[in-house]
Design a protein around this ligand. Structure first.
Ligand code: PMP
Length: 369
């Protein structure tokens, strides 16, 4: 047994509010078809791999020095990408980067949440939002979405007006349900919020809806648009998330970020990866078409499918979702039981993986119907 194994977590002076909690994590099983964590299923093309290898080799020659603390070159490249992608002119000062958008969200709550402050989210949504709130001791207010999982903007505006939360989380497209928030609803929600509004756009590249970045100039610095290179950019292993906001928001995050949080290797690899954005993002249209194919096929088999703007699909309706999840696993297909009664989520894979998923679905359909 490892040294110290005679002590259990119960015996440690852990913060009372963390006792009994479970860490976030999807089961990572060694299965042929893994459609459970919303990654881009296409590996980086050889030219990108070569460029990342050369760039990190170069950076290795300076590893005795700390990296650029403000990641200026990377933030400039991200600003150029986001300007191109959205048509909204963004400067280096509008961008901030961290190790995945999870770290971005944690820094946001360290700066704008914390003890005595309240953050609201409309659930079911990304389960890390309340976990990051707990870690930063931000009180979490859970508000419901409609029964069809879309966001009821009238109800949300009323709740924000009544409860005056310090931070509002909106996820568009929403994970795990897939729908985007229409631009007009977003504008109303931002106008109603007294504090900061975070729009988590981790899956934005898969959606035809306009990005919330166009609202950054109109709301007195209170809007933060969070993005990631983990999904469309096929860079989940590289850990690079970023946000767009008013420069004052970036100033605020500098107060809580750890110095040199983004390693020189991460910065070099992300910059190299961004140079290949056009090639990588070529897979987005393919995945969106595959998503539409999967949605239609599932519907044809009699499943209830939630419309999706992202690279995953929520479907049901199952009496026992956990048992159905296991039926898929028994057929070599790993999907996700996200804890929504009667539903499971499948990430869109390459066409062969989607075929395997649909073949398994056909068999599952005969079992459950
Ligand atoms: N936001 C949403 C909505 C997500 O689904 C995810 C990943 N599952 C993230 C943020 C975090 O991703 P990352 O830290 O890899 O950027």
């Amino acid at each position: 047994l490892p040294l110290g194994s005679d002590f259990s977590l119960d015996g440690l002076p852990l913060r009372e509010d963390l006792r009994g909690r479970s860490p976030y994590g999807a089961p990572q099983l060694d299965v042929a078809v893994r459609l459970n964590t919303n990654e881009n299923p296409y590996p980086p093309p050889p030219a990108l791999v070569a460029d990342v290898a050369a760039a990190t080799r170069d950076a290795a020659e300076r590893l005795h020095r700390y990296p650029d603390r403000d990641a200026v070159e990377l933030r400039t490249a991200l600003a150029e990408y986001l300007t191109r992608a959205t048509g909204v002119a963004l400067a280096t000062e509008n961008l901030w980067a961290a190790n995945g958008s999870n770290e971005i969200l944690q820094q946001v709550l360290q700066a704008f949440g914390g003890p005595g402050r309240v953050a609201v989210g409309f659930e079911p949504s990304y389960s890390m939002h309340p976990i990051i709130a707990a870690g930063t001791r931000t009180e979490w207010l859970s508000a419901p979405r409609r029964a069809d999982f879309s966001l009821d903007a009238d109800a949300a505006v009323a709740l924000i007006t009544e409860r005056q939360p310090d931070v509002v989380f909106l996820t568009s497209p929403n994970n795990p349900t897939g729908q985007s928030i229409p631009a007009e609803d977003l504008r109303r929600l931002v106008a109603a919020a007294p504090g900061m509004v975070v729009v988590d756009e981790a899956y934005a590249e898969f959606s035809a809806q306009p990005s919330a970045v166009s609202l950054i100039g109109e709301c007195g610095g209170r809007l933060i648009v969070s993005r990631t290179m983990s999904k469309a950019f096929a860079f989940a292993g590289g850990r690079l998330g970023y946000l767009a906001a008013a420069p004052a928001v970036v100033d605020a995050l500098q107060l809580v970020r750890l110095p040199y949080h983004l390693s020189a290797l991460t910065q070099a690899a992300a910059l190299a990866s961004l140079r290949h954005a056009d090639a990588t993002l070529g897979s987005v249209a393919l995945l969106a078409a595959e998503r539409d194919r999967v949605v239609e096929a599932l519907g044809g088999m009699g499943f209830a499918v939630v419309p999706s703007d992202a690279n995953f699909v929520l479907f049901g309706q199952f009496e026992d979702a956990a048992a159905v999840w296991k039926s898929y696993l028994d057929r070599g297909v790993l999907i996700r039981d996200i804890g929504i009664a009667g539903h499971l989520r499948v990430t869109i894979g390459v066409p062969d993986e989607n075929d395997a998923f649909l073949a398994a679905s056909k068999e599952v359909a005969t079992e459950v119907q």
